[in-house]
Ligand binder design. Structure first.
Ligand code: MRU
Length: 352
């Protein structure tokens, strides 16, 4: 198991430690985050990334912000600081709902504490750390359960295709899609994972391959445009990916390219699974068409390690995510169980 992706060190005056994923796999570096601004930047530049991990990292933001407040400030001033910090961090990335879900929990807890007129700033600060740690611990447990619930979908000798990185680097625990693989591996099954490189930021090649290799799981990297041909050769028995936001009807946003994979899987009669915790569901939106899709900088597409790979000034299309229709998803593996044939009814029942 790799070092925790997100780690809080110390008490209320502590520091947030993040694995800097921008530098992997070449360099393993830990970032020490002591203020909200660098935390925002770490999320926006993908030093920390993956839906659950950005939520788990962000909840330590209010704890960091309160460190900077004058010790003589009131709890009400502390609450204001927490709310502002949450609003600010919520603008770092738009698609993964875990970020908003986690920040809402921090806001609600802060409001609850300050509702007591006797509450002090120190009590609020302590409550923020306790809530952040609770969210973090819950994520670890959700990942573990997703692994247990999903492992039976990986048969001995299977070929599994995955996209982007939904492993320990993308969560507070051992991952979602990769947790399923880790659990099947621990149960003694032998299988082969194909990791799409995941253009443009190569989360599959850089991060998924790195994680699986360290776990001793047989992994092969391929370019994204090779997946269809791999399926045609009969080498893929299941596709398993994570998700960034799942609408009430089961439509799921995930890394750009996931939608195409779901069509390919359907064409080849291959089951397509999404592994995600309940914190990734957004029941406030009816379908995937309402999921905001992050558009990222054009340099991510037309440069490779700083070297231009397209003519200067060319127009660029760079959505970071796409939406897979529920009808293309065989099942959603959650910590609460498996949602077979996802749809409004089955999602509501599973999350009730
Ligand atoms: O842009 P990223 O790297 O944050 O995108 C991550 C993904 O799309 C993951 O597949 C998703 O967050 C699931 S992580 C368990």
């Amino acid at each position: 198991m790799i070092a925790p992706t997100v780690k809080w060190i110390g008490d209320c005056q502590g520091v947030l430690e993040l694995i800097d994923q921008r530098r992997l796999p070449g360099e393993f570096t830990l970032l020490s985050v002591r203020e909200v601004e660098p935390l925002y930047e770490a999320i926006q530049t993908l030093a920390v990334r993956g839906a659950p991990a950005i939520g788990v990292a962000a909840v330590y933001g209010p704890v960091l912000a309160l460190q900077k407040l004058d010790a003589g400030a009131t709890a009400a001033e502390g609450l204001e600081c927490v709310l502002q910090t949450c609003d600010y961090l919520a603008t770092s990335r738009p698609t993964a709902v875990n970020l908003f879900w986690a920040l809402d929990r921090m806001r609600n807890r802060a409001q609850e504490v300050v509702a007591d007129s006797e509450a002090t700033l120190a009590q609020l600060h302590q409550a923020m750390l306790v809530e952040a740690r609770a969210i973090h611990d819950e994520d670890i447990e959700m990942c573990r359960r997703i692994g247990q619930n999903g492992a039976p979908f990986i048969a001995d000798g299977a070929g599994i295709l995955t996209h982007c990185n939904a492993g320990a680097l993308a969560t507070g625990g051992q991952g979602t899609a990769l947790s399923v693989m880790f659990a099947a591996h621990e149960q003694g099954r032998s299988f082969k994972v194909y990791a799409d490189e995941t253009r443009p930021l190569l989360q599959g090649a850089r991060l998924t391959a790195w994680e699986l290799q360290q776990a001793g799981i047989d992994v092969t990297v391929l370019c994204d445009n090779m997946a269809g041909w791999l399926m045609r050769q009969g080498k893929v028995n299941a596709v398993i990916t994570g998700a960034d936001r799942i609408a009430a009807n089961g439509d799921a946003a995930n890394k750009i390219g996931t939608y195409s994979l779901s069509i390919l899987a359907r064409q080849h009669g291959i089951p397509f699974y999404i592994a995600a915790p309940s914190s990734t569901f957004d029941l406030s939106i009816a379908s995937g068409t309402d999921i905001p899709i992050e558009q990222r900088a054009k340099d991510e597409v037309v440069q490779f390690a700083g070297t231009p790979t397209a003519p200067e000034g060319v127009a660029v299309y760079n959505p970071a995510f796409d939406v897979t229709d529920a009808q293309n998803i065989t099942a959603i593996i959650t910590e609460r169980g498996v949602i077979e044939t996802p749809g409004t009814e089955s999602v509501r029942e599973a999350l009730a």
